[in-house]
Structures are given as structure tokens and as C-alpha cells.
Design a binder for this molecule. Structure first.
Ligand code: KIV
Length: 266
């Protein structure tokens, strides 16, 4: 716990000074690669769409997040680990606390993230009052969407701006340790970030957040079968790299070049 506290303090100190880095991970191999390279590792419920081919995140279960969360959290030694609470697992204070305790006990993660709006801030407070490190998530809440094509940026009207600003302030008061801002327009993201003392982590919410998060599969381009959001920058073409490696392997097997003596027990 002390370790979490001191690492969190380091990230708090970065506010307004140095951007905080965060990426998703769902498997042990990725967790081991990114540990220590980013400040925060998020086991997002995006695993439903990214790993399981679901159309949205509403079918992600507690069991799925617990298993992927445990695999990742057990292999994160330097960074801090956040796990998403799935859709319908935090509908009341009682259910949220029960499930939060279950995820933490099973995975030993550092933080839990809940998609938040003005209706459920009291749940964040309840978890926080019970010693759970909570991350809020405002702006676009993907768990509310069956069809991701309908997702649009937020912060276009005065009413929307006021509502998001008060959600951010109330989340800080409720004890949230970070707030993820998803698809929030630049001006509003900037205003929210300077109005609160806890770090904002943006996804599609401009450079004016205290940190950035994206889905790792998107920046590696492992799956090109769906259109990526405009805020995604591609850092490599992993789909092509894997495809080339598999072609080479299959060719070597067919040409009887693999396995060679070197790869055999003589
Ligand atoms: O589920 C997820 O991966 C997220 C994002 C913020 C990346 O919540």
C-alpha cells in the first residue's frame, strides 16, 4: 500500500509539469513489455471488443476482467495497475463495493476505474470511503453504447460543459485519484484539467490533459478490420509484421528448411 501511495504521489507531482503515460494491457506478455515504460497500465473493458470480438463492452463479465486483470497485475512491478469495473457490476453501493473487493482480492491491482456520470458519483465516494483507490471516467462512457459508431465528442454545448465540469469537481471531492476524460473537446478538457487537483488522463481529449491513454492494439495496428478513431496515431504495423513472420514460417516448413539440425534434438 505504501508503495502505491508513494508511486501515486510521484504522479500527482507531475500534474502541470510532465505528462503521465498510460496504455492498456490484457495479457502477460504485453504487461511484461510495457511495465515501467508507462506510468499506468489499464486492464480496460475494451478487452471485450479488442480480444473477444464483441460489438461493445456491455457483455464483458466480472470473471473475464478478473482473469485478465490477475494476469496483468501479477506482472506489473514498476507501473501502477488500473482495472475497469465491467458494465452492470457497480449499479448500487452495495454491489459495487462487493465486486470491487472481489476484483482487488483476486488481482491485487492498485486502482479500479468506473465509468461515471452525475448519477453514480455517490458510488465512487462509497468505494473511496471504504479504502478503494478509484479512477473516474467521464465524457464519453462507452459502456452506454451498443453501437460504437454512434460515439461523438462531448463539450459542444454550454449545458454539457457545465455538467462535465461539475462531474469532475464532484469526483475529486468524492475521492477519485484520477479522472479519465474520453472524447472531450480541447477547451473543456483544458478547463477541467486546471480546475481540479487530481490528474486528468485523456483519450481523444487533446494534449491539455495531465496524461494520455490509448488502447495498445490500436497504436500497434494489430487489427485493421475496423476504422480507428481519429485520435489514434499508429506507431507500427504489427498486423503486417506478424503476417510476414507467419508467411516465412509456413514457407520454411513447406521447403523443409524448418526445423533444421539447430532446432532438432540429435
Ligand atoms: O476500456 C478501456 O480500454 C478504456 C479506455 C480509457 C482506453 O476505458
Amino acid at each position: 500500500m505504501n508503495n502505491i501511495k508513494s508511486k501515486y504521489q510521484i504522479l500527482l507531482n507531475k500534474k502541470n509539469i510532465k505528462p503521465i503515460t498510460c496504455l492498456t494491457a490484457y495479457t502477460i506478455s504485453i504487461a511484461k513489455i510495457i511495465d515501467g515504460k508507462v506510468d499506468l497500465v489499464l486492464v480496460g473493458d475494451s478487452l471485450g471488443t479488442v480480444l473477444y470480438g464483441m460489438k461493445n463492452t456491455q457483455s464483458v463479465t466480472l470473471q473475464m476482467i478478473k482473469e485478465h486483470g490477475k494476469a496483468v497485475a501479477n506482472n506489473i512491478k514498476e507501473s501502477l495497475c488500473i482495472i475497469d469495473m465491467p458494465f452492470n457490476t457497480y449499479n448500487s453501493k452495495y454491489i459495487a463495493l462487493k465486486n470491487a473487493k472481489e476484483i482487488i482480492k483476486y488481482t491485487k491491482c492498485d486502482f479500479l476505474k468506473l465509468e461515471t456520470d452525475k448519477q453514480n458519483i455517490e458510488i465512487i465516494k462509497h468505494l473511496s470511503d471504504n479504502g478503494i483507490n478509484v479512477v473516474g471516467h467521464i465524457g464519453v462512457n462507452p459502456q452506454k453504447f451498443k453501437n460504437f459508431n454512434k460515439i461523438k465528442s462531448v463539450g459542444k454545448t454550454e449545458k454539457e460543459n457545465k455538467s462535465l465540469m461539475s462531474q469532475a469537481i464532484n469526483l475529486e471531492r468524492a475521492g477519485a485519484k484520477f479522472i479519465v476524460l474520453e472524447c472531450v473537446k480541447q477547451d473543456l478538457a483544458k478547463k477541467i484539467t486546471s480546475a481540479i487537483n487530481i490528474p486528468t488522463i485523456g483519450i481523444g481529449s487533446s494534449k491539455y490533459c495531465d496524461g494520455q491513454v490509448v488502447v495498445i492494439n490500436d497504436i500497434l495496428n494489430i487489427d485493421s478490420s475496423f476504422k480507428k478513431p481519429r485520435f489514434i496515431k499508429q506507431y507500427m504495423n504489427l498486423k503486417k509484421a506478424i503476417s510476414d513472420a507467419v508467411d516465412n514460417y509456413a514457407k520454411d516448413v513447406k521447403d523443409k528448411k524448418f526445423p533444421s539440425k539447430k532446432h532438432s534434438y540429435l
